[in-house]
Design a protein around this ligand. Structure first.
Ligand code: ADP
Ligand code: MG
Length: 321
């Protein structure tokens, strides 16, 4: 799949909406309104300002966008109960880490793993991907996996290595893991829609975004763009959450700790995206390096679990106790 080809499909979509011409579409995209949902939930006033159009025109665009997207409707309480009953847990490869997060990675939730470079975030994503293909009685989800790779750090060789270590056929496992490079934040957001299309054909039970924030951070530079960055991230996170709900899937995202102080958060140990990511992710795990392949995982800001730490190991086999 070629990246530019996918982006073209997207561009056509915005312009298909009545009231959006090529110039307006360009302005919208520049302002971070890369999908119809972002437009549908915007106020006419904001949209008018950003696109330098009249408020009534903006209102028309918003209405057309609302008609074009599935805005989501009401569910009855018993439907929600039924959906919550089906929540699954996926093993990380480490019993201690599984316990820390309440029994493994939870479906219908977002788990954010953050930490500095080399702390093991990508290793954990690889391991979880392998495990998700395993049967349920082995802590898996008997499913397929979509990985949105923004930093070109996906390594099939590593998947093969981890598969062999748990007695899975490496080639069969690799066939169940679908990987796409995301070339920029707009492309990254679009790939969630592509994942939803794939999930109509394949039992996708996990969606990985590694890294969630790198493109956003690189593209939205400086104080003036912070609000836009947060808005785009917010839209992205909600699309991820929706995917998790619809497909009863684990959503696993990684986030860097800012090496230099972020424009917004002075504290270098704060994950990028701050409260936007934090409030949408149900589980946040802070990973830091320790001695000899050991890593310390800390559960942060959980609404229902105590803040606690455990030690995990990253070795040739993958993630272990
Ligand atoms: P992050 O994504 O947080 O930047 P990674 O997940 O890429 O970090 O972690 C890289 C680290 O994982 C390496 O420094 C090494 O310690 C460990 N690692 C990667 N591959 C292997 C392997 N085949 N055997 C043992 N350890 C490995
Ligand atoms: Mg990484």
């Amino acid at each position: 799949m070629s990246g530019s080809k996918t982006v073209q499909v997207k561009e056509k979509k915005l312009e298909e909406i009545s009231g959006i011409g090529p110039a307006t579409a360009e302005k919208l995209r520049e302002a971070g309104y890369t999908d119809l949902m972002t437009i549908a939930i915007e106020s006419p006033r904001n949209l008018a300002e950003v696109c330098e159009i009249g408020e009534s025109t903006a209102a028309k665009i918003i209405n057309s966008a609302k008609e074009a997207v599935d805005i989501g409707g009401f569910e009855t309480g018993d439907e929600i109960l039924e959906r919550r009953r089906s929540i699954g847990r996926l093993t990380t490869g480490s019993k201690a880490l599984d316990e820390l997060i309440g029994g493994g990675l939870e479906t219908q939730s977002i788990t954010e793993v953050y930490g500095e470079f080399g702390s093991g975030k990508t290793q954990l994503c690889h391991q979880a991907a392998v495990n998700a293909t395993m049967p349920e009685d082995r802590g898996g989800l008997n499913g397929e996996v979509v990985i949105i790779d923004t930093e070109n750090t996906f390594r099939p060789e590593r998947i093969a290595q981890m598969s062999s270590a748990v007695g899975l056929d490496p080639v069969e496992t690799l066939k169940r893991i679908h990987v796409a490079r995301a070339y920029n934040s707009a492309h990254q957001m679009l790939l969630v829609e592509k994942a939803a299309e794939l999930a109509k054909e394949k039992p996708v039970r996990m969606l990985v975004v590694d890294s969630l924030t790198a493109h956003f951070r690189a593209e939205y530079v400086g104080r003036g763009t912070l609000a836009e960055r947060q808005q785009a991230l917010n839209t992205h996170m909600h699309a991820l959450l929706r995917f998790g709900d619809l497909h009863n899937a684990v959503i696993l995202c990684t986030n860097q700790v800012a090496a230099k102080p972020d424009a917004f958060f002075g504290d270098p140990t704060r994950p990028i995206g701050g409260h936007i990511v934090g409030h949408t992710a149900t589980y946040r795990v802070y990973l830091r390096k320790s001695k000899a392949g050991k890593r310390i995982a800390r559960l942060v800001d959980s609404p229902s679990l105590p803040e606690a730490e455990c030690v995990i190991t990253v070795n040739e086999d993958g993630i272990r106790d």
